[in-house]
Design a binder for this molecule. Structure first.
Ligand code: F6P
Length: 366
């Protein structure tokens, strides 16, 4: 058995869930237990599990390495995208710095290292916590938004795109039958990666993403062109949730907890386009369907490569690293560089923008 500088590791999922998280956990446990004889502790509900007393966690053994776990959507550990330990929401409406509770939790569990599966937001918070508590940390990128910098792909993105393309495959025949314009609103926060990939794979006539401005007149003109040149009275319009309305404001909705989330740009477009053209429109908002379901084959491969590499890094004492995917292989980068750069939006010069335009798709005005 190769030597490892760590004996007890914690693994947690943080931020929004996505398909492929369980496949990462499975790979971490398999590598840690089989190759290094480590003990692995799965932390419940992200940072919350280490802030609770008693601590909330489960010991993970080779039972977590089954084929059932590999296929399962969601996260068997639970997660949260609320409750920042530095500004923890209290019942009286105030917020409190509970970072020390988290740090004490790691000490109480006697962990030598923490493996954190998260997106750019939660990784930033956890990096700060681990720095403050001198906790050795390794990060594994996941998010359907695919906006973590320095990695070509994050776990969950490919599965979300698969859901979106399936949806477009379902929408196209009904659009054609009723001669309608189908508008499909997709997640992605401030980035258009999901919309661009899905729009190309699903044959969209229009793809609107937050990074490239558009005009309603140009969208209407494109749909008119489809009718005149191809004789088609139906079309598919893909819009990312973070796309702004023409006045520059975002379409958002207030949640029960007072937080705002993107939502509504599809219905805005539908109304606006109806006044500019004759075609009948319908709107589909895919929402959290994009986060569920079984992981795609490529997410399972990514999750497995990430999990194994993360444990190897921990065993060699290479902390402060995030595993990443580049040039068809797994490597690792400095977490601080990820945190410094923040969310990776789509570059308007991305070759796939050129591809979409080459197909005749309207992708905005840049
Ligand atoms: O970051 C992942 C994501 O699904 C975004 O695409 C979306 O805007 C957001 O999370 C939704 O968050 P919640 O699950 O809190 O509604």
């Amino acid at each position: 058995m190769p030597k490892s500088v760590v004996k007890r590791i914690g693994v947690m999922t943080s931020g929004g869930d996505c398909a492929g998280l369980n496949a990462v956990i499975r790979a971490v446990v398999a590598r840690a237990v089989r190759a290094y004889g480590m003990e692995v502790f799965g932390i419940t509900d992200g940072s919350l599990g280490l802030m609770c007393r008693p601590l909330q966690y489960q010991k993970l053994d080779l039972n977590a390495c089954s084929g059932t776990v590999l296929r399962m959507g969601g996260t068997m550990l639970g997660t949260t995208n609320k409750g920042d330990p530095f500004a923890y929401p209290m019942p009286d409406g105030t917020s409190k710095d509970r970072s020390q509770d988290f740090i004490d939790g790691v000490k109480e569990l006697n962990l030598d290292a923490l493996l954190v599966i998260g997106g750019d937001g939660s990784l930033g918070i956890l990096r700060r916590l681990c720095r403050q508590g001198d906790i050795p940390m390794i990060a594994i990128p996941k998010t359907i938004d695919n906006d973590v910098p320095f990695t070509e792909s994050a776990v969950g993105f490919n599965s979300a795109v698969r859901v979106c393309v399936d949806a477009l495959d379902h929408l196209q025949p009904t659009a054609a039958s009723h001669h309608r314009v189908m508008i499909c609103e997709m997640m992605g926060r401030d980035a258009g990666h999901i919309a661009l990939h899905s729009g190309i794979a699903g044959g969209a006539d229009v793809i609107l993403i937050p990074e490239i401005p558009y005009t309603l007149d140009a969208v209407a003109a494109k749909l008119k062109q489809v009718h005149e040149e191809e004789g088609r009275r139906h079309a598919l319009v893909v819009v990312a949730e973070g796309v702004a309305m023409e006045d520059g404001n975002s379409a958002t909705m207030k949640m029960a907890d007072g937080q705002r989330r993107y939502g509504g740009i599809g219905h805005y477009l539908s109304e606006a386009l109806s006044s500019l053209m004759e075609a009948e429109t319908r709107v589909t908002v895919l929402g959290h369907v994009q986060r569920g379901g079984t992981p795609s084959a490529s997410d399972r491969v990514l999750a497995s490569a990430f999990g194994v590499h993360a444990v190897d890094l921990a065993a060699r004492g290479r902390f402060g690293r995030m595993v990443a995917w580049r040039d068809r292989g797994v490597m690792d980068v400095n977490i601080d560089d990820i945190v410094a750069v923040g969310a990776r939006q789509l570059d308007p010069r991305d070759p796939l923008v050129h591809t979409a335009r080459g197909l005749g798709t309207y992708v905005g005005e840049l």
